[in-house]
Design a protein around this ligand. Structure first.
Ligand SMILES: [Fe+2]
Ligand SMILES: [Fe+2]
Ligand SMILES: [Fe+2]
Length: 281
């Protein structure tokens, strides 16, 4: 099989991992705190590792990791139904990985896909168990439909965080500068935490987190990447600062100021890297 075809298959897997992550996180956040939500979040983290392995493999082959999110199954009125959707998603993944393992000859890629497949088989069993557990325990969707400025601000934050997670991951895969790659990975992980904090806060105040993103900067030159990142970090730091001043809720204020300080730190890290790059370039 030629490289382009392998890249296309791996990008299909990558998009599906991306869809799985968002589907599982949406479910975990909507259930609030609890053992099952924690386990589902941990599963989403395993899918993130899969996404990472697939993206690195695609880059090794000379390809570009796709940012397209695969199909998600977001319907269902009860937690048990959601868990049923997660079982179906894993079934789809298992079949597709088996197919791709058959099709691809490269032993290293086969090995990675087999490793991922074994995780998906284990997730499949976990979700089957969660269908029963959700029914038995009467697990509930605790999201509300509050729609005011606070909810808008938090959803705006989620949209921003999701966008930069994709942007920093994409850039980290595309750059050959080791120091820049490491910082981008670190900041992407920090932005994932931010997304989680915002979504949890939103659910706690009876809102409904919407996990969508805006346009992702896909510069391939390091200096261009960093300039785009600094700009977005400065914008979001200003916005969190503004929102913190506006709110009367002390917990929300604390959260927003903490986020603001992290974003200022990110902007500083990227600025230092840009200086270094400009000096060398
Ligand atoms: Fe996966
Ligand atoms: Fe952030
Ligand atoms: Fe940031």
């Amino acid at each position: 099989m030629d490289k382009d075809r392998i890249i296309a298959l791996l990008n299909q897997d990558l998009g599906d991992e991306h869809g799985a992550i968002i589907q599982y996180l949406t479910h975990a956040y909507a259930m609030g705190e609890g053992e099952m939500a924690c386990e589902i979040e941990a599963t989403a983290r395993e899918e993130m590792r899969h996404l990472d392995w697939l993206a690195e493999t695609i880059v090794e082959l000379g390809g570009v990791p796709s940012l397209k999110r695969g199909k998600m199954r977001m319907s269902g009125e009860s937690v048990a139904k959601w868990m049923g959707n997660d079982v179906l998603l894993e079934e789809g993944a298992i079949n597709q990985y088996k197919e791709h393992i058959e099709l691809i000859d490269d032993p290293k890629i086969k090995r990675v896909l087999k490793r991922i497949l074994s995780d998906e088989e284990s997730h499949h069993g976990d979700f089957q168990h969660f269908v029963d557990k959700a029914e038995r325990e009467g697990a509930k969707d605790i999201r509300g439909n509050r729609m005011d400025r606070v909810v808008q601000t938090l959803n705006w934050g989620i949209e921003h965080e999701y966008t930069v997670i994709l942007q920093y991951l994409f850039q980290s895969y595309m750059t050959t500068n080791k120091e820049v790659k490491k910082e981008l990975e670190d900041q992407a992980i920090n932005e994932m935490q931010h997304l989680g904090w915002l979504a949890e806060k939103l659910v706690n105040i009876s809102g409904n987190p919407r996990i969508e993103h805006t346009e992702v900067d896909q510069s391939t030159k390091v200096a261009d990447m960093l300039r785009a990142d600094i700009k977005i970090e400065q914008e979001v730091a200003d916005e969190y600062d503004r929102a913190a001043k506006e709110t009367a809720d002390p917990d929300l204020k604390k959260l927003l100021l903490r986020l603001r300080d992290h974003e200022i730190y990110h902007a500083d890290v990227f600025s230092a890297l840009l200086k270094e790059e400009e000096r060398q370039g």
